[in-house]
Design a protein around this ligand. Structure first.
Ligand code: RP5
Length: 191
């Protein structure tokens, strides 16, 4: 079901290396039937695309941009500096995921994602980027839905039922835990 045919969310990432993480944002938007426009834009390798994309996002009426990047992670901040469309930044731990050799030791950021977290969240005053946790692209998707819900009662309703599902799932787990006892519960759940 697509309740929003026109893309209202722009999902961008610094490299194809980020795509497997950023996919979680797309997944939750798809679940809610919200269309998104997905692109790779590198702040470092395609700097001229930053301004072009910001104009494109405004022209196409995107209500929010989700931007993910790893390492020095300038993409979210640079996009935010080019537009008034709110930007949600996703710091990414996976780094150079294109690497074929399993033995390659440089697949992950040397600083465990803290580099991109700080780079994205510590924007100077006047040009904020709302930042989710490292690799938490799904949370960025949910936050984008919350922004859209201000203008859509159907999204608001779906978000409430999403919360309700979470509540019920925790209750169910707690009942299982009580019934089985901690030892059996752990064995069953994590075997
Ligand atoms: C960043 O550098 C990207 O966002 C990515 O997380 C990281 C590595 O990119 P590749 O060298 O794998 O393209 O700009």
């Amino acid at each position: 079901m697509n309740i929003m045919k026109k893309a209202l969310v722009g999902i961008i990432m610094g490299s194809s290396s980020d795509s497997r993480i950023m996919h979680a944002a797309a997944e939750i938007l798809d679940e809610f039937g919200v269309s998104h426009d997905d692109q790779i834009i590198s702040a470092h390798r395609t700097p001229t695309r930053l301004d072009e994309y910001a104009k494109y996002a405004e022209k196409n009426g995107f209500k929010v941009i989700i931007a993910g990047a790893g390492g020095a992670a300038h993409l979210p901040g640079m996009i935010a500096s080019h537009t008034v469309v709110p930007v949600i930044g996703v710091p990414i731990l996976v780094y150079n995921d294109k690497q074929q050799k399993k033995s390659d030791k440089h697949k992950f950021s040397a600083f465990g994602g803290l580099d991109s977290l700080l780079s994205i969240s510590e924007m100077p005053s006047g040009s904020p980027v709302v930042t989710v946790g490292v690799n938490k692209a799904g949370n960025a998707g949910i936050y984008a839905l919350k922004i859209l819900a201000n203008e859509s009662s159907s999204i608001k309703k779906m978000l409430k039922s999403h919360k309700d599902k979470q509540h019920k799932s925790v209750l169910k787990e707690s009942e299982d835990l009580k019934r089985l006892g901690l030892k059996k519960f752990v064995k069953k759940k994590f075997k």
